[in-house]
Ligand binder design. Structure first.
Ligand SMILES: [Zn+2]
Length: 270
């Protein structure tokens, strides 16, 4: 299986300046799954020859614009321009229904074009070809935010989107080979509802079965200027877990025996 990142940025200020792109990531396993299509997801996908018409499913963790902005346009891709009823949407309640302060992130027109819609909560399980996705909890300002743990034939892959640290996080994601997490803040700069570098150290240190690779994504402005690569090195030194920072075009290939990294070359549109 493989994962291609279409961005590594998150938070308001990185998003509006695009100092890091905010397209989320693409996961190719027994199904083609797009995860958190933030602003630029469609444009960045084509840069790496990821064709949205070949998607089988879209996962949207919550109704914040840096995670869900391109949901409708990616659904248009998946449904071949709304000409075919196809594809699966797996999303938080807030994405599909909206909440007190947000309209839904997807119109009825787009919802009607989908084959299956799962408005999920922690503990739910969804079969995706030969893989199984377990929905995991988050503690975030959007209280319906969800993450996942995907069981594949190459092992477990975890996605921890925006969340504050909570005790169960470690237990839920223990034993995953790869963990991708929104680590918004560097050391000594905690804010509510987001993970900091200390939280990650605490989580990984405590895991008996540690991941082979930890990927920091959703780099916020404070992290961007604090030097995320140094922060990643710190996590790696203290926990012994190989830690990297996501970037646009990074491909992570996972086989039974090894995990390899490559930076793909973008193609530019004229
Ligand atoms: Zn958020």
């Amino acid at each position: 299986m493989e994962i291609v990142f279409l961005g590594s940025g998150g938070g308001r200020f990185i998003t509006i300046t695009q100092m890091r792109s905010t397209g989320g990531f693409f996961l190719k396993s027994s199904k083609n799954i797009y995860v958190d299509p933030g602003p630029g997801a469609l444009v960045r996908s084509w840069r790496y020859k990821i064709d949205p018409r070949k998607l089988d499913a879209i996962f949207v963790s919550h109704r914040h614009v840096d995670h869900c902005n391109d949901t409708e346009v990616m659904v248009e891709g998946m449904t071949i321009g709304v000409t075919k009823k196809r594809g699966i949407l797996i999303a938080s309640k807030s994405v599909v229904e909206g909440d007190e302060t947000h309209t839904p992130a997807i119109s009825k027109y787009h919802l009607d074009s989908l084959e299956e819609i799962y408005v999920v909560k922690p503990g739910d399980k969804i079969k995706l070809g030969e893989d199984e996705m377990s929905i995991t909890p988050s503690v975030h300002s959007d209280p319906t935010t969800i993450g996942f743990r995907l069981k594949t034939k190459e092992g477990y892959i975890s996605y921890i989107p925006d969340t504050e640290y909570f005790k169960e996080l470690k237990e839920i994601h223990e034993g995953s080979r790869v963990i991708i997490a929104s680590v918004t803040r560097p050391k000594d700069m905690k804010i509510p509802y987001h993970l900091t570098v200390e939280d990650v150290v605490y989580m990984l240190k405590d895991m008996k079965e540690k991941p082979e690779l930890f990927i920091m994504s959703h780099v916020g402005m404070k992290m961007h200027f604090a030097n995320p690569y140094k922060e990643a090195q710190f996590i790696q030194n203290v926990t012994g877990v190989k830690t990297i920072v996501a970037k646009e075009g990074l491909r992570v290939r996972i086989t039974e025996n090894e995990i390899t990294l490559k930076t793909l070359r973008p193609i530019r549109n004229v």
